[in-house]
Ligand binder design. Structure first.
Ligand SMILES: O=C(O)CCC(=O)C(=O)O
Length: 278
């Protein structure tokens, strides 16, 4: 299936498989002092060969407990406050007054720096992905508020943010930021990291994935998996992996996610450079 075809595709596949086993454990803690967070720098826990092999074969991996509960709570509250007064021009998206997504997160939320530092300290993405160069290229926020009807069909993530000075022929604007649809060579080198600030389950619209589809245009035989995960866990995945998410029927749990994209190439396409998140 081509990338173009993916965008328009609608599937009705139901989840059947359980979530991923725990393979990597975080061993460090962040000290939360009222409005200040301090990361204790330590070398990241070693990524096991099994974890790297799973990530390579399936295109995704869940890492439990990267944040301790106090940290998820602190980052969630800080993020809520930072986004509360933000407009659609700045990148905040609302439906009937409820915020459900935000772009340009690095500009809207100062706390993102601490969160990124923490993730990069605790997760050795280079080892996991087998890539020496990875740089943060985009930061987004997604929520499924209570109630929330939004859902997304199966797709691959193909849009990337680029520098404003770009001379690329085919750019389009998203909340004031130029984007392009990147080529498969660029996308195959990217890594996305979703930090779960709330529990993720079938009831509140967790992400679903089709394992192995980052490597092939075919999806026959792949069984959809709901990425069920606790708050404080992280989903690492390749943006070419087919994924979707359903609406939330939960009356009790939001579904906040900080979505970080890391680029693994020098530039995103001809005539353009990667955008700086900050
Ligand atoms: O957070 C979600 O449910 C899906 C987000 C997503 O896949 C996208 O925006 O491309």
């Amino acid at each position: 299936m081509s990338l173009e075809a993916d965008k328009a595709r609608r599937c009705d596949l139901r989840s059947q498989a359980p979530s991923e086993p725990a393979v990597v454990r975080a061993t460090q803690f962040l000290v939360v002092v009222q409005t200040e967070v301090r990361v204790t720098p330590r070398p990241p826990p070693k990524v096991s060969r099994e974890a790297a092999e799973q990530f390579s074969a399936r295109g995704f991996l869940v890492i439990p407990q990267l944040l301790v509960p106090e940290e998820s709570h602190w980052f969630g509250s800080d993020l809520d406050s930072a986004l509360a007064g933000r407009s659609s021009h700045e990148g905040a998206r609302r439906h009937r007054g409820q915020l459900f997504a935000a772009r340009n997160l690095g500009r809207l939320w100062p706390g993102l720096r601490e969160l990124v530092a923490l993730v990069e300290t605790r997760l050795d993405m280079h080892e996991l992905a087998g890539q020496s160069m990875l740089r943060l290229s985009r930061a987004l926020f997604f929520d499924k508020p209570i109630p929330s009807g939004w859902s997304l069909p199966w797709h691959r993530d193909t849009n990337v943010a680029i520098d404003s000075a770009s001379t690329h022929a085919r750019t389009f604007n998203r909340a004031g930021v130029p984007h392009i649809q990147a080529g498969e060579d660029v996308l195959a080198q990217m890594v996305s990291v979703r930090v779960h600030l709330d529990p993720q389950g079938e009831d509140n619209g967790a992400l679903e994935v089709l394992a192995g589809t980052h490597r092939t245009q075919e999806d026959q035989g792949a069984v959809p998996q709901v990425v069920e995960a606790d708050a404080g866990s992280v989903l690492v995945f390749r943006p070419l992996l087919l994924h979707r998410s359903g609406s939330s029927s939960s009356a009790s749990s939001r579904r906040r996610v900080v979505h970080l994209e890391y680029a693994g190439t020098d530039n995103p396409g001809q005539g353009c450079a990667w955008r700086t998140v900050w």
